[in-house]
Write a protein that binds this ligand. Structure first.
Ligand code: BGC
Length: 463
């Protein structure tokens, strides 16, 4: 039985109040997918330091060791929509948890790069899947009034994943000397992902399938049971009625995606997805220890500064969540892009003029803070809310896939850029993208703060 009322305490079905505890708990379970997204993409930052030596990697192979997982993510994000329509959101999240577990073990064992790359791609597949299905699961089960906040749990989970894994990397590095780390340390870093992966797998068994998907399958009685658990009997009936009506209206064709109004929405989402990446966030999130070693830090100190990066990232994500509905998406993204541009200019200058290494760290932290309070969470929010319901599924899938392609591009090329044009010009190149981002957000992105999804839909039709 898909609806697991046997496992989870049922709401009092006689009232109309949201069973907050239930909704928050199942959203948190889905958000562990986001935690693993952060954990599994971030683990490489520590591991690569030692893998470079173990496998004597040149800049191109360093890039490949870091970015190969993202090939899996591109594929995962592009098939997740169709798979979860066919087999259910919960089933596909279970599949991703299984893939995370397999990849954690398989990346810890290899003695050659090809096997390692295959194992990383399996993990990447899982990352790509959860990057789409976890937020979708939450959005489809949450009552409208708290949907935004619950979906934001995903970004909070991603940055928590980075924070935790940076800490795990630091701890493991401290467990042995350099030689031990080159032979075993990096294996423990990857292997440690087994813990959250198995946790995710087990917890997923006790969450229900989403009412929206159940209804699409014609299983309206099961959908009603979940909705009743979420908000009581009255809420359940009303919601089911709306879902049944909406479901018959959905499913877009490609030509609908390209209608003039919607085309603009798709264009904005894609450009923002690319800008989120080409301003260089993952050059830092995936390579921070290598950057810090470059400015003279010891391995231990480099891992420590990376924990600082993870901490600032986590703290400033709270700033975004706090301000997003007050200051608005546009204002925050503008301020964030300006902050990012200044920080990148400063980081480049610190390298160019050989300033004290404290300057590099300061500008990098400023960059992370500006990103975390703006482009990090908001780009995902915009992607999830900017499209009319009719085209949302396909459009989100396209934008997410392109985001992963851009992530791959940046993380594959970063070590190559470092060794060819050097760190100063690399950071200045990202800076030019941040400057473009300021103008793009200013001129092209409408403010969607406080608008209902239907009102956002009208923005496009009018144009
Ligand atoms: C981005 C990831 C990035 C993370 C850092 C997310 O919004 O999509 O690429 O690694 O933020 O916190």
């Amino acid at each position: 039985m898909i609806v697991s009322s046997a496992y989870i305490p049922a709401a009092d079905s006689s009232d109309n109040k949201t069973n907050l505890k239930f909704v928050v708990l199942i959203s948190l379970v889905a958000a562990i997918g986001g935690l693993l997204f952060g954990y599994d993409t971030g683990v490489i930052a520590g591991a690569i330091v030692f893998m470079q030596k173990k496998f004597t990697l040149d800049p191109m192979m360093t890039g490949w060791a870091v970015s190969s997982a993202l090939i899996g993510s591109i594929v995962g994000a592009s098939i997740a929509g169709a798979l979860s329509d066919r087999f259910g959101r919960k089933t596909i999240l279970l599949l991703s948890a299984l893939l995370f577990t397999v990849s954690a073990i398989a990346t810890a064992l290899p003695n050659d790069m090809n096997t390692f790359v295959m194992a990383r791609m399996i993990g990447g597949l899982a990352i790509g899947i959860t990057s789409m299905v976890s937020p979708m699961y939450i959005a489809e089960i949450a009552p409208a009034a708290i949907r935004g906040r619950l979906v934001s749990l995903q970004q909070l989970a991603i940055v928590t994943g980075f924070f935790v894994v940076y800490f795990a990397n630091l701890t493991i590095t401290g467990m042995g000397d350099e030689l031990w780390n080159i032979e075993y340390g990096w294996r423990w870093m990857f292997g440690s992902a087994v813990v959250p992966s198995v946790f995710f797998l087990l917890l997923l068994f006790v969450v229900p399938e989403t009412p929206r998907w159940l209804s699409k399958q014609g299983e309206n009685d099961k959908a009603l049971a979940v909705l009743t658990q979420v908000g009581g009997a009255e809420y359940g009936k009303q919601e089911l009625h709306e879902i049944v009506n909406a479901v018959t209206e959905e499913s877009a064709s490609l030509s609908q995606l390209l209608q003039p109004g919607f085309r603009r929405a798709l264009g904005i989402a894609i450009v923002l997805a690319v800008l989120q990446q080409v301003t260089g966030i993952n050059a830092i999130m995936y390579y921070a220890p290598i950057i810090f070693q470059k400015i003279g830090s010891s391995t231990d100190n480099a891992m420590m500064s990376t924990v600082l990066v993870g901490t600032v990232n986590l703290l400033f994500t709270f700033v975004a969540l706090w301000l997003i509905d007050q200051a608005g998406r546009k204002a925050l993204m503008l301020a964030g892009s300006i902050g990012m541009a200044i920080a990148l200019a400063g980081a480049g200058a610190s390298f160019h003029f050989h300033l004290d290494s404290a300057w590099v760290l300061t500008f990098i932290l400023m960059f992370i803070a500006s990103f975390a309070a703006s482009m990090g969470p908001i780009v995902w929010v915009i992607i999830s809310e900017i499209f009319p319901t009719k085209i949302r599924g396909r459009a989100v899938s396209i934008a997410t896939m392109i985001l992963w392609i851009a992530t791959f591009g940046v993380s594959q090329t970063f070590p190559m850029l470092l060794s060819s044009i050097g760190p100063a010009y690399t950071f200045w190149a990202y800076m030019s993208m941040a400057v473009f981002s300021i103008f793009f957000v200013w001129k092209a992105v409408p403010e969607t703060k406080g608008l209902s999804l239907e009102e956002i839909e009208h923005l496009w039709v009018k144009k």
